[in-house]
Design a protein around this ligand. Structure first.
Ligand SMILES: Nc1ncnc2c1ncn2[C@@H]1O[C@H](COP(=O)(O)OP(=O)(O)OP(=O)(O)O)[C@@H](O)[C@H]1O
Ligand SMILES: [Mg+2]
Length: 328
């Protein structure tokens, strides 16, 4: 049996994504078992280690990497499994995202020919339309981690500190391949000339412009904003592509409702007619309404939903959305 120290070392190295250490401790455990005369177990352990090394060489499974030290306050890591097929997109947007994924999958061949695959993306559009979801899908499709940059950790009131932190993030893009997602990017990306702009913010934006331009990593850098109009024009040309998101139209709403709820209706429901009730809501609000209908049915102990249940929740969501708008 492996010693307590060995077990701890195995778990620690796994959590830290330190593959070399993990394999070396695992080999020690196998050697230890062999010495104790447990030849069969030792053999099995070695075979497992070889198999894991071989698979890792092929790029799978994804190595677990956790930002450490100061980076831990700046980056939140996750390993999304989301796929592109789970998003409802118009043709143009679907093609743009597919193109990024395809170029990334064939990155080696593209780089060999002195070209670079698309990897710096700006996502623009109203709330709840799939920007964050896109960052997850890119990570999921490419099998790489998603690092969300925490703006609260990044932007500090101390001069120079924010830029230094930003530099750390860009050093990480080089060190660990992933999707680096700058959400609410307008917080650092506002126009340099705005009257209320403080000097520090301008400096931060300038360093961001420089760093994104100089970034030669193999990571994806994805920035999202609801307010394209306040973004500095100089930013746009630093990105390889700009993706525009919009509220769903009737057809897209009907697809979303069907995807979420069709399993729970017994009779035919007129999805197209229901979708008309939801025009103006974003994808997140329609999904939310769908969840609410399901919850209500669960609580009532009902197995099947009907047209009226769904309509009621959509109308309620419209009212909530309206109230929120009025309060802004
Ligand atoms: N295009 C889409 N297709 C399917 N579901 C979607 C789509 N867009 C959003 N959703 C649903 O809405 C949820 C919220 O979307 P998401 O967080 O991606 O919005 P966002 O554009 O990042 O909004 P915000 O600007 O507020 O950050 C998703 O988790 C998903 O359930
Ligand atoms: Mg978002």
């Amino acid at each position: 049996m492996a010693s307590a120290e060995q077990l701890k070392a195995l778990i620690k190295s796994h959590l830290e994504g330190d593959d070399q250490r993990f394999f070396s401790v695992a080999m020690q455990v196998a050697a230890h078992e062999a010495k104790l005369g447990h030849g069969k177990l030792a053999e099995e352990l070695r075979a497992l280690i070889d198999e894991a090394k071989r698979r890792r060489g092929a790029g799978q499974p994804v190595p677990i990497s956790r930002p450490r030290g100061e980076l831990a306050n700046l980056l939140a890591v996750s390993y999304p499994k989301l796929r592109l097929g789970e998003m409802i997109l118009d043709d143009k947007l679907a093609q743009q995202i597919q193109r990024v994924i395809r170029e990334q999958r064939h990155a080696a061949r593209i780089l060999e020919h002195g070209l670079s695959p698309r990897r710096k993306l700006l996502l623009v559009g109203p709330p709840g339309t799939g920007k964050t979801m896109t960052a997850s899908v890119l990570a999921g499709e490419l099998g790489i981690p998603l690092f969300q940059i925490r703006l609260d950790g990044l932007i500090t009131k101390y001069l120079g500190e924010t830029a230094a932190k930003l530099r750390q993030v860009f050093e990480a893009t080089d060190h660990t391949r992933g999707v680096y997602f700058f959400d609410e990017f307008d917080a650092i990306g506002s126009q340099r000339g705005l009257a209320n702009d403080v000097g520090e913010l301008r400096r931060v934006l300038n360093s961001f412009l420089q760093m994104i331009e100089q970034d030669r990593s193999h990571s994806l850098i994805v920035a999202a904003t609801n307010h394209a109009e306040i973004l500095d024009r100089a930013l746009f040309r630093r990105f390889d592509d700009v993706l525009h998101y919009d509220l769903p139209d009737e057809l897209q709403i009907s697809v979303l409702l069907k995807t979420r709820l069709s399993r729970f209706v017994d009779k035919d429901v007129s999805w197209d007619r229901l979708a008309k009730e939801a025009v103006g809501l974003n994808y997140a609000e329609v999904s939310r309404a769908a969840d609410e209908v399901l919850k209500a049915a669960l609580i009532d102990g009902r197995k099947w939903l009907n047209d009226a249940d769904i309509r009621l929740m959509l109308v309620e969501r419209q009212n909530v959305a309206q109230k929120l708008k009025e309060n802004i």
